[in-house]
Design a protein around this ligand. Structure first.
Ligand code: BG6
Ligand code: MG
Length: 220
């Protein structure tokens, strides 16, 4: 299938793209590393982004040379989620990252299909807390697709849910795992963050205010 000249749909990651929650995930993992007695490394922090909870725990413990049995790993992942949820308790619309609310409004106002593709099982809680659940034509998250990024499954499911071929969708991602998963799905990808980290994205913006939506989508 030949790619249309402009994307016909947009797929957003949530944490670190639309809302400022990536730092809460990192703070919770840092606390777990402290408890397990090793130092949290910022480079490992990048590798934890976009990755599902259990897989992230494995990456973290490996980085600290720690091995947990299955039961301890499960309890530790639950504890991390408790810490994370403590920081979500006061979350509201002030957590939007720059340009996020305006982007959703612009796309929604033109009837452009919008999907969420998040690895998080807390995604819906966040969307509700920020009052943006109704902006999405489809919500695909860690509760609906167990295979986390960099597997392409979450992006394939998101494209299917809004009725577009993955090649017609443009994905916004802040995580290396997310950029790789979206590319594997056959989507175009714009990185949100540092171009030196998100090397495989076709373009990287510091945040969504850096996107010229009419030019990107070929719409006035
Ligand atoms: C992703 C985050 O969106 O969700 C990861 O970038 C996180 O850091 C993953 O591990 C799973 O989230 P949760 O909320 O289900 O633990
Ligand atoms: Mg993210």
């Amino acid at each position: 299938m030949t790619r249309p000249p402009f994307p016909t749909a947009v797929i957003f990651d949530l944490d670190g793209v639309l809302v400022d929650t990536a730092r809460f995930h990192l703070a919770a993992w840092r606390r777990i590393a402290d408890e397990l007695g090793f130092e949290f490394d910022d480079e490992v922090g990048e590798a934890l982004k976009g990755v599902g909870r259990e897989a992230a725990l494995l990456v973290l413990t490996r980085s600290g040379g720690v091995e947990l049995d299955a039961a301890t790993a499960e309890r530790t992942a639950q504890r991390k989620n408790r810490y994370y949820n403590e920081s979500l308790a006061t979350l509201d619309a002030s957590a939007f990252l720059p340009g996020a609310e305006a982007a959703l409004g612009w796309l929604h106002g033109r009837g452009i299909p919008i999907a969420l593709a998040s690895a998080s099982r807390n995604a819906r809680t966040i969307l509700v807390a920020c009052g943006i659940e109704d902006r999405f034509d489809a919500i695909v998250d860690g509760t609906s697709v167990p295979l986390a990024k960099p597997d392409p499954a979450v992006f394939l499911a998101a494209a299917a849910a809004i009725g577009v071929d993955p090649s017609e969708a443009i994905v916004f991602e802040d995580a290396i795992a997310g950029v790789d998963g979206a590319l594997r799905a056959g989507c175009r990808v714009i990185g949100v963050g540092d171009p030196a980290v998100l090397l495989r994205a076709e373009l990287t913006v510091p945040d969504l205010t850096g996107v010229d939506w009419p030019a990107l989508m070929g719409r006035a």
